[in-house]
Design a protein around this ligand. Structure first.
Ligand code: GTP
Ligand code: MG
Length: 231
């Protein structure tokens, strides 16, 4: 029996929800940057995720674009994902500073397996992102254009190195994906979202504990004060 997918995109079919369901999207917003060298297929990935289509010819992105994808997680939670399509081409990058986007919680790092140097570049992307948005974000590595890889290329030593490096240096999984045929795109995005939502849940628990502790101290003080005054 196949496992239920991590998330299901609801953009593509007409979602006729109740007001509450629409509000749930707005309550659960997540900001993600899609980064990587020019022509790795960032814009194509977003086109596939948003509209379910692939354009074989696309223009270079010249300033950060925003793509919104609404989806439902396996848990039933509805999430509105704001995906920022970054500029890969150095000529335009200076005009598109990232630090204007606040609250980015995740980064999708994209490379093209036919140009192995684009995997090496991910280290530079990471440095740039750390400077612009801080280093607290979760990551996923997407080996896009995997439709161009044979089975033996996927299990080659180089591919294994990419998988290991993603695990060791970026602390995340690598997905063999394709904007062309849609392979592993929702899986990669779903994996990233799960990690972000888990981190949020942990932080909420910490906040809640701190609040309880504060209330506990307050009420303790109040009790103490009261007992002093009753003496
Ligand atoms: N075969 C194949 N081609 C792809 C895939 N994804 C993108 N392409 C092609 O790769 C080229 C570049 O894609 P883009 O999506 O524009 O790349 P980008 O990363 O957004 O590039 P910049 O905007 O310059 O940073 C286009 O011709 C796409 O059609 C894929 O999964 N498989
Ligand atoms: Mg682009």
């Amino acid at each position: 029996m196949s496992e239920e997918p991590v998330c299901v995109i609801e953009n593509n079919k007409r979602f006729v929800g109740t007001q509450d369901e629409w509000e749930e999207y707005d309550r659960n917003q997540v900001k993600i940057c899609v980064a990587g060298d020019s022509s790795c297929g960032k814009t194509s990935i977003l086109g596939r995720l948003k509209d379910g289509v692939f354009m074989s010819h696309s223009r270079s992105t010249i300033s950060v674009d925003l793509v919104i994808v609404r989806l439902r997680m396996r848990s039933g939670k509805r999430v509105k994902v704001m995906l920022y399509d970054m500029v890969g081409d150095d000529r335009f990058r200076l005009h598109s500073p990232l630090n204007v986007i606040s609250g980015v919680e995740g980064v999708m790092l994209v490379f093209d397996p036919k140009r192995p140097e684009t995997f090496t570049s991910l280290a530079l992307w990471r440095k740039r992102l750390d400077l612009d948005i801080g280093d607290e974000y979760k990551k996923v590595v997407m080996c896009n254009k995997s439709d161009l890889l044979s089975d033996s290329a996927r299990s080659s030593e180089l591919s294994q190195q990419w998988i290991e490096h993603s695990k060791d240096s970026y602390h995340c999984k690598l997905f063999f994906a394709s904007a062309k045929d849609g392979e592993n795109l929702t899986e990669g995005l779903g994996y990233l979202l799960q990690r972000i939502l888990r981190k949020r849940a942990k932080e909420d628990i910490v906040d809640h504990r701190q609040n309880l502790r504060r209330i506990g101290i307050d009420s303790g003080q109040r009790v103490e004060q009261k007992s002093k005054c009753c003496k």
